[in-house]
Design a protein. Structure first.
Length: 76
């Protein structure tokens, strides 16, 4: 099976790394910057990044959740 990459925008990359590695069995592949990390588990590659630029400045937390839900629906 081919490797699948999924990008998640998270408020706290370090907390997300801790959650996915401790509770869901992911391995940390790289964490080159405070705002980005790559994790893997089997054929799944998880790209974690903090919001930046226009998206971070213009949306409050509730609006951000709605945007992310819409993007997730586009993927499935």
């Amino acid at each position: 099976m081919a490797t699948v990459s999924v990008r998640y925008i998270v408020d706290d990359v370090d907390a997300a790394i801790a959650f996915y590695t401790r509770h869901l069995g992911f391995a940390e592949v790289m964490h080159p910057a405070p705002t980005f990390a790559m994790l893997s588990r089997g054929d799944l590659r998880l790209l974690l990044s903090a919001p930046s630029g226009e998206l971070r400045r213009k949306l409050n937390p509730e609006e951000m959740r709605r945007v992310l839900k819409l993007r997730w629906r586009d993927c499935v």
